[in-house]
Design a protein around this ligand. Structure first.
Ligand code: NAD
Length: 354
């Protein structure tokens, strides 16, 4: 049976496990808040269900608690940073704080972050930037298991490589586009598998390269020990975007790309991220930018709504609506995810309540 917990209680429980796994109380609070915010935003794939994976990665040595971002090179408006396998929620926030300060000073900043452990929801970092009035672009690669097949390929060759663009809108909530370049996020397959659900046709191929609707093919090894794979969104276009994320997030940052068989048992998830920050005020187009952006969004909304839709929405709206609803009604955790979280707690000597 699923559990429903209020955000505050969930944050406290997750933080207790993270502390037992070696994090300082301050670090645990930040990581727990980030995971619970993903649940609140409607992205359970990047929420507290990641806790067991994080605990395993810490115990294995691939994720290093209490680790800060390291500046490799700093030429003012360009920053080369290394996350040193620290919690992505920590080194990612530290990296963004550095990048935001530079963009405010110079008008823009190009920041690379290599070797961060799982950064979670990339939108979190764009939200930090748009809160300061900055435009924020992010290209990310994922080294854990090659779960996505290239367009025209029949096995997984790379990760779910997310891309994110945040644009501040004067007097309005920001445009916040944040998505995996796979047709769906891998974590959503874990959630569907745990809930015993089939997924949309066209999402997956099995371990033989054949279409399937069984999310288990990318969650548990199949009969031949191999996994199936996710497909890219948008056919060749989404695939091209994913390759761009690998080239920019993995190669340009120095974090590393996919090019060799991997050990599927390794639990760490390593993200590389290229971030580009722009201050519209320093670009000299601030007034026209504000005016034209709002006019365009009003224009979009003024159109007729298609059958089967309630409204034309902007990216970022579904997450904000989910936050209101889940803050009020609580966060539902499916039974398997909760069992996995309890087991993760037990591995570090914590008994999760409830
Ligand atoms: P998704 O398919 O739900 O798409 C989300 C995006 O689409 C959001 O910007 C949302 O506001 C927008 N959107 C949704 N419905 C809309 C509508 N009706 N109209 C307009 N816009 C709409 O998300 P996803 O691809 O499953 O990704 C989920 C999360 O997973 C993201 O936060 C992503 O950063 C994260 N992720 C992280 C990693 C990692 O390694 N750290 C890897 C992959 C994905």
């Amino acid at each position: 049976m699923q559990k429903v917990l209020q955000a505050q209680e969930l944050r406290a429980q997750v933080a207790t496990v993270l502390i037992a796994a070696g994090s300082s109380p301050d670090e645990a609070v930040i990581v727990a808040a980030n995971l619970v915010m993903a649940n609140l935003s409607g992205h359970d794939s990047h929420g507290v269900g990641m806790l067991p994976r994080y605990v395993e990665a810490v115990l294995e040595g691939g994720l290093k608690p209490n680790t800060s971002v390291h500046t490799v090179l700093d030429i003012g408006s360009m920053l080369t940073l290394d996350g040193q396998r620290g919690y992505g929620q920590i080194v990612g926030e530290q990296a963004m704080a550095l990048g935001i300060a530079r963009a405010q000073m110079h008008g823009s900043c190009i920041m690379t972050l290599a070797n961060a452990h799982h950064l979670g929801r990339i939108g979190h970092f764009a939200e930090m930037a748009v809160a300061q009035g900055l435009v924020s672009l992010h290209f990310v690669n994922v080294l854990s298991r090659p779960v996505v097949a290239p367009f025209g390929g029949a096995d997984g060759r790379y990760g779910t490589n997310p891309c994110c663009i945040g644009v501040p809108l004067k007097g309005r909530e920001p445009f916040l586009l944040d998505f995996a370049t796979s047709r769906v996020a891998q974590g959503k397959m874990r959630v569907a598998h745990n809930e015993g659900r089939q997924v949309e046709p066209g999402t997956l191929i099995d371990e033989h390269g054949r279409p399937t609707t069984n999310p288990g093919v990318v969650v548990v090894p199949q009969s031949n020990g191999l996994f199936g794979a996710l497909r890219a969104f948008g056919e060749h276009k989404g695939y091209g975007m994913a390759v761009a994320c690998e080239l920019l997030g993995g190669a340009l940052t120095g974090s590393g790309t996919w090019h060799k068989p991997t050990d599927a048992a390794v639990r760490a998830i390593v993200n590389g991220m290229l971030t580009i920050l722009i201050d519209p005020a320093k670009l000299g187009t601030q007034a026209v930018f504000e005016q034209e952006a709002l006019a365009f969004i009003d224009w979009l909304r003024a159109g007729p709504v298609a059958p089967d839709f309630d409204a034309v929405q902007m990216a970022g709206e579904p997450e904000r609506a989910a936050r209101l609803q889940r803050t009020r009604d609580g966060i539902a955790i499916d039974a398997q995810t909760w069992r996995d979280m309890v087991a993760a707690g037990a591995r570090v000597g914590v008994v999760l309540a409830g």
